[in-house]
Design a protein around this ligand. Structure first.
Ligand code: CU
Length: 129
């Protein structure tokens, strides 16, 4: 009798624990899923390159770009995404976009105060899952 009571209360405890752990796990995995969709990229635009030149993200990532220039003003321009973000010399700007088109897109500097900015080329690669 005493043994039955013990095993019964153990079973109740096990069920209760399972409930608790499900409750703990569910919100955490949802948060992780949301987090995995965010992508932080740091890009340095300088005479006359982008570093890194190749940026890779996944489709539907919310991409947060931190763009800085140690020398003169440059821009980070991606026509397909209608992005043309200017960063002044010695400055840092941040911006976000949703990577909602898969493919490989040219990145360039559209400023013309220095002709050599035409040499600045990179690419944004958005991988379809
Ligand atoms: Cu430039």
């Amino acid at each position: 009798m005493a043994e039955t009571m013990t095993s019964l209360s153990l079973r109740v405890a096990a069920i209760a624990l399972t409930g608790v752990s499900l409750w703990l796990v569910a919100p955490r995995s949802a948060a992780q899923e949301a987090h995995s969709n965010q992508r932080g990229l740091t890009v340095v635009a300088r005479k006359y390159v982008f570093e890194p030149a190749r940026l890779e993200v996944n489709l539907n990532d919310l991409v947060k770009v931190t763009l800085s220039s140690p020398d003169i003003a440059h821009s980070f321009t991606v026509d397909a995404y209608r992005i043309a973000k200017r960063v002044g010399g010695g400055q840092t700007v941040t911006f976000e976009f949703r990577a909602d088109q898969p493919g490989t897109f040219p990145v360039y500097c559209n400023l013309r105060q220095d002709e050599r900015c035409r040499q600045m080329h990179g690419e944004l690669v958005v991988h379809a899952k």
